[in-house]
Design a protein around this ligand. Structure first.
Ligand code: IPE
Ligand code: IPE
Ligand code: MG
Length: 255
């Protein structure tokens, strides 16, 4: 899978259909609490939303969908909730992998997997291997993921694995070790649930991503909500440091 250009090095092609959508799926707990249900009921409903969003992305020829499922900070939650989330993750993996494969989806997980129980790690490996050749949609789950962790692990790998690394190493030296090096940088970032923050998601890759925040809670995020986010994206002028006049004159000078 080709790595896309770095938005701080080259001006990427920016079409009207985002190639890569990255989403922070937030608001499951509040959705459940609004219904006097336990928080885990919201997480379960959130899995249904994931199914719908995958389908909508395929229909719209989106090439990459990346979902933040569990942050490196989410271990701070009550033990009961963490345990339930792990069970839900495992059962979703066991139930969905075959379906993803049947639909031509390439499945990937990014994050520090070492903290997960072995059953989860095995299911992830099985899923990644089974779907490795698929090209219709690359669907990535970020689990025990943190943007700072990602940059740190990339640094460590770069230092250990490079021979003759120059002291003034470049972006390119590091970028190849980031956990999403197989994908272009996200064009569109969506966060549901009303918070306007990045919460340690893809810190490096979001450099020039268009950000979209909605109050809609993740379990309520449907095809229409996705359409609204894409419509908002289509109204943006992606300048990558240039002026509006340059864009209108069609100047594509590389920066
Ligand atoms: C997002 O929903 C899912 C995870 C972080 C696992 P939340 O559980 O954060 O829902 P709210 O923000 O409490 O409503
Ligand atoms: C962000 O949601 C992480 C995921 C959706 C997995 P949180 O609900 O944990 O974010 P904060 O802590 O409120 O920023
Ligand atoms: Mg939340």
């Amino acid at each position: 899978m080709p790595q896309g250009p770095s938005s701080t090095r080259e001006i990427p092609e920016a079409g009207s259909i985002p190639k890569h959508i990255a989403i922070i799926m937030d608001g499951n707990g509040r959705w459940a609490q609004n219904r006097y249900l336990p928080r885990i009921a919201g997480h379960k409903q959130g899995v249904e939303t994931v199914r719908g969003v995958i389908k909508s992305c395929m229909e719209r020829n989106i090439s990459y969908l990346t979902l933040f499922a569990f942050s490196s900070e989410n271990w701070r939650r009550p033990t009961d909730e963490v345990t339930s989330l792990m069970q839900l993750f495992l059962s979703a993996l066991e139930q969905e992998i075959t379906k993803l494969h049947e639909n031509g989806i390439h499945f990937k997980v990014i994050g520090d997997l070492s903290k997960f129980e072995s059953k989860i790690i095995e299911s992830i490996q099985i899923g990644e291997q089974l779907t490795a050749e698929n090209t219709r949609l690359t669907f990535t789950i970020a689990a025990n993921y943190g943007g700072r962790w990602d940059i740190m692990q990339a640094m460590r790998k770069m230092i250990v694995q490079s021979t003759n690394l120059p002291l003034n190493f470049e972006e390119e030296n590091l970028a190849q070790y980031l956990s999403m090096s197989y994908a272009p940088e996200p064009d569109l970032f969506i966060r549901t649930g009303g918070e306007c923050r990045v919460s340690n998601f893809l810190l490096w890759q979001l450099a020039y991503t268009e950000l979209y925040f909605t109050n809609t809670l993740w379990p309520d995020f449907d095809e229409h909500e996705l359409e609204l986010a894409i419509q908002s994206y289509q109204q943006r002028e992606r300048r990558f440091g240039r002026t509006s006049e340059q864009i209108q004159m069609g100047i594509s000078a590389k920066g």
